[in-house]
Design a protein around this ligand. Structure first.
Ligand code: TRP
Ligand code: SF4
Length: 400
C-alpha cells in the first residue's frame, strides 16, 4: 500500500488551456506515478458562485474530464470522479458544519476578497460562506494527507487542518481522557502547568507550531511525571485521543511559468489563452499576433527579450541553443519577431498534437469517459463510506 494519499480537485471551468497544463496537470501526472491519487471535478464548488447559471456545469464537467485524460492523467493510476456523485461529501459537510465556528469561515481571506471582486454576483450566501468547509470535507473524507494546490488555496488547506484538529479534539476522546490529562497538567507544578496550558491554547486555537515545539521540549525535560502521564500530555497538546480525521499537508504547486499571450497570467477572463483544443491554425495566428517588445517598431530596431512575452514562451519551450539565438538576434536586430516566434509555434503545435488526438478519440467515445468516471466514483464512495462510519459513530449517530 502507498504511504501517502494525494487528493486534488478542480472546478469545472470547461476547456482547459496551456496555463492549466503547465501549472496543474503536469504536476498531477507526475504525482500519479509516486502516490495513490484521487482527482475530482468540484461541481458543487462551481455552484457556490454560479448558482444562478447551472446550465453549463454538466458539459464543463465532461469537457474538463476529457482534457485531463487527453493531457495524460491516467485512470489506471489515479481515481477520477465527480464530487456531486459521492453524496458522502455532503453528509460530512453537514456534520462538520455543526462544530465549525462562524468566525473561522468569515476569516478565510477568499471570502471577503471574492465578494469584493465579483461585485456582479450576490455572494452573501450560506453556500459561499461554506466553500472552505466543503473543501475540507472533500479532503478529510479520504483522509488524504497531501493536497496539491496553488497558492490561492493554501488558506483553505490550513483551515482544513484546523477543522480536523478541532474534530479529533472534540470527538476523539477515550472515556475519562480529559480528566486524566488535566490531572497530569496539575502534576507539572504551578509555573510549568500554566506555561503548558498557554502553549497548548496557542497551538490549538492559532495553529502556532512554535508553541507546540516549545511545549514538547518542556515535557521532554520534565522529570517528575510517570511515563503514562507524559504520553497523555503529549497527546493532549495536539488534541489528544484518537485521530479520526487526518490533518492534510498542502503540496504547493509552483505557479506556472507559462504566461498568457500578452505576458499576464494565462486566464480565460483576460482573453489571452491557448486552449488545449485550440485549432492549429488558430495557434499559429494567435502566436503570430502576440505583442513583442514595443521597442521593436521596425525590423531594424533592436529589442530586449526580457521585455517580450515571446521570450517567456521560449523559456518554457526552447533549448539553450535556441534561446541563445533569440538573445543574440533580438538585441542585435539580427532576427525579426516573426522569425523568432517560429520555434515557439512549432513547439506548441508539437505539444498539442498528441493531446488533441486523444481528446478527439475520447470525444467520439463518450461511453469510455463515462465508464472511467463511474468506476472512479465507485472507488471514491467506498473510501468515503469508511470514514463516514467512524465520523457518525464519533458524533453519536449509531444507527447502523
Ligand atoms: N477550491 C479549489 C479551487 O478552486 C478546488 C477544490 C475543491 C479543491 N475541493 C478541493 C482542491 C479539495 C483541492 C482539494 O481550485
Ligand atoms: Fe520578442 Fe523575439 Fe521579437 Fe525579441 S525578437 S522582441 S524576443 S519576439
Amino acid at each position: 500500500m502507498y504511504a501517502d494519499r494525494v487528493l486534488s480537485g478542480m472546478r469545472p471551468t470547461g476547456n482547459l488551456h496551456l496555463g492549466h497544463y503547465h501549472g496543474v496537470l503536469k504536476n498531477w501526472i507526475n504525482l500519479q506515478h509516486e502516490y495513490e491519487c484521487l482527482f475530482f471535478v468540484a461541481d458543487w464548488h462551481a455552484l457556490t458562485t454560479h448558482y444562478d447559471s447551472p446550465g453549463d456545469i454538466e458539459d464543463n464537467v465532461w469537457q474538463m474530464t476529457i482534457d485531463w485524460l487527453a493531457a495524460g492523467v491516467d485512470p489506471s493510476r489515479a481515481t477520477l470522479f465527480i464530487q456531486s456523485r459521492v453524496l458522502e461529501h455532503a453528509e460530512l459537510h453537514l456534520l462538520l458544519s455543526m462544530m465549525t465556528p462562524l468566525g473561522w469561515l468569515e476569516r478565510v481571506p477568499t471570502y471577503k476578497d471574492q465578494q469584493e471582486k465579483l461585485t456582479e454576483k450576490d455572494l452573501s450566501t450560506y453556500g459561499f460562506l461554506g466553500y472552505p468547509l466543503l473543501m475540507s470535507s472533500d479532503i478529510l473524507i479520504y483522509r488524504a494527507n497531501r493536497v496539491p494546490v496553488g497558492e490561492d488555496q493554501l488558506p483553505h488547506v490550513e483551515f482544513t487542518r484546523e477543522i480536523a484538529r478541532r474534530f479529533n479534539h472534540m470527538y476523539g476522546k477515550e472515556p475519562g481522557y480529559e480528566e486524566k490529562a488535566e490531572a497530569a497538567v496539575k502534576k507539572l507544578g504551578g509555573k510549568k502547568a500554566k506555561l503548558y496550558q498557554e502553549l497548548r491554547t496557542r497551538y490549538q486555537q492559532k495553529g502556532d507550531e512554535a508553541a507546540l515545539e516549545s511545549a514538547k521540549a518542556m515535557l521532554g525535560e520534565t522529570q517528575n511525571l510517570s511515563l503514562g502521564d507524559k504520553e497523555r500530555l503529549y497527546g493532549y497538546l495536539e488534541g489528544g485521543g484518537k485521530m479520526i480525521l487526518t490533518e492534510p499537508q498542502a503540496l504547493l504547486t509552483e505557479a506556472s511559468k507559462m504566461p498568457g499571450l500578452d505576458g499576464q497570467k494565462m486566464s480565460k477572463s483576460y482573453g489571452n489563452t491557448i486552449s488545449l483544443r485550440e485549432d492549429p491554425d488558430n495557434v499559429v495566428k494567435k502566436i503570430r499576433t502576440m505583442p513583442t517588445d514595443p521597442a521593436r517598431v521596425r525590423r531594424t530596431d533592436p529589442g530586449t527579450p526580457e521585455k517580450c512575452p515571446v521570450w517567456q514562451f521560449h523559456l518554457v519551450y526552447s533549448s539553450a541553443e535556441t534561446r541563445a539565438w533569440v538573445q543574440q538576434g533580438c538585441v542585435s536586430a539580427g532576427i525579426g519577431c516573426i522569425e523568432c516566434k517560429q520555434p515557439v509555434i512549432e513547439a506548441v503545435l508539437k505539444e498539442l498534437a498528441p493531446i488533441q488526438e486523444r481528446a478527439r478519440a475520447l470525444t467520439d467515445d463518450p461511453d469510455t469517459v463515462r465508464n472511467i468516471i463511474a468506476d472512479g466514483c465507485e472507488k471514491a464512495r467506498e473510501l468515503a463510506r469508511e470514514t463516514m462510519r467512524d465520523v457518525r459513530e464519533a458524533m453519536g449517530l449509531h444507527f447502523g
